[in-house]
Write a protein that binds this ligand. Structure first.
Ligand SMILES: NC(=O)c1ccc[n+]([C@@H]2O[C@H](COP(=O)([O-])OP(=O)(O)OC[C@H]3O[C@@H](n4cnc5c(N)ncnc54)[C@H](OP(=O)(O)O)[C@@H]3O)[C@@H](O)[C@H]2O)c1
Length: 279
């Protein structure tokens, strides 16, 4: 009986679950930073009866749960602080190792969570904010990617043939320097370069994963609000961000999410490990 063959995801106290009537095969998507902003828009667009969606943020989103339930979709939300990337890696690895890969038709990791620490020169950035920006923006994506590539490689060794993809959400600021943004720019530059390196590793493996670090454009989220609220004395580019909003240059989270998810579906996904949706 197909319904009994479907494993229920492991529940922990800070996990919520909206469980749909199981289908025979599901696409697995793991998405960080899904509680708000562009990540939430991606999560909504990813909800589908044939997908198992695991969302990872500090906050759980009740409306996403309700939507999953109403639409008959399988959704897991983990409350997980990505400023503790080692714990996040172990948790993801254990969960992936507990999945029955024979019921999955593909596996995708989207590293979307990010944060901007205090805006200003590096010496004004408090030590804890600097560390958090690098942990959330760079170390967590690397640790989660390590867990994902390792666990799914074991599935491949066991004969699984589903496609494996990693999409890292980067930024133009990883490629162009900006004053008052050193930790954020450095994290995104690191994200781009680790993606290039891991793509080379995966290209050497049979059934290797495909990885892309993709800049999403400029989007009307909390992050842009934070940038516009910067101190003009400490942030020479403040006016650029004010103008982007005033001139209607910001994409909506829904538009940006749709472009990123369409990129994932391109047949040539992974041929260029570093890209920009505006290319
Ligand atoms: N907005 C833009 O114009 C723009 C431009 C270029 C690139 N990006 C990139 O696009 C991605 C999404 O940005 P956004 O604008 O949607 O940002 P946002 O609205 O500020 O949302 C950030 C997301 O990251 C999660 N997050 C932050 N700190 C976390 C932590 N310690 N642990 C776990 N999750 C954490 C947040 O969830 P919780 O608070 O619930 O933890 C939230 O879901 C980011 O990587 C950002 O750098 C954005």
């Amino acid at each position: 009986m197909a319904e009994l063959a479907q494993p229920l995801p492991v529940l922990t106290p800070d996990t919520t679950l909206a469980h749909a009537p199981p289908t025979a095969m599901q696409h697995l998507t793991i998405l960080t930073g899904a509680s708000r902003g562009m990540g939430l828009a991606m999560a909504r667009q990813l909800l589908a009866p044939d997908r198992l969606l695991l969302c990872v943020s500090r906050q759980l989103n009740d409306s996403l749960d309700a939507e999953a339930l109403a639409r008959g979709c399988t959704l897991l939300q983990w409350s997980q602080d990505l400023a503790d990337p080692g714990t996040a890696r172990l948790r993801l690895q254990a969960w992936l190792d507990g999945q029955d890969h024979r019921l999955l038709s593909s596996a995708t990791l989207i590293n979307n969570a990010g944060m901007i620490p205090r805006i200003g020169p590096l010496d004004d950035c408090p030590a804890d904010e600097l560390a958090a920006a690098l942990r959330i923006g760079l170390e967590a994506p690397m640790q989660l990617t390590a867990a994902f590539l390792g666990a799914t490689a074991r599935w491949v060794d066991a004969g699984w043939q589903g496609p494996r993809k990693v999409l890292n959400i980067s930024s133009g600021l990883g490629r162009y320097p900006m004053a008052a943004q050193a930790p954020y720019c450095a994290a995104k530059a690191g994200l781009d370069h680790f993606t290039r390196c891991s793509a080379l590793d995966e290209a050497r493996r049979p059934g290797g994963a495909r990885l892309v670090s993709l800049a999403p454009g400029v989007i009307d989220t909390d992050m842009q609000t934070q940038l516009r609220a910067g101190d003009p004395a400490a942030f020479p580019d403040l006016q650029r961000f004010v103008s982007l909003q005033r001139d209607g240059q910001l994409s909506s989270p829904d538009e940006a999410a749709a472009r990123l998810l369409a990129w994932l579906e391109r047949p040539e996904f992974g041929e260029q490990p570093v890209a920009d949706v505006r290319d």
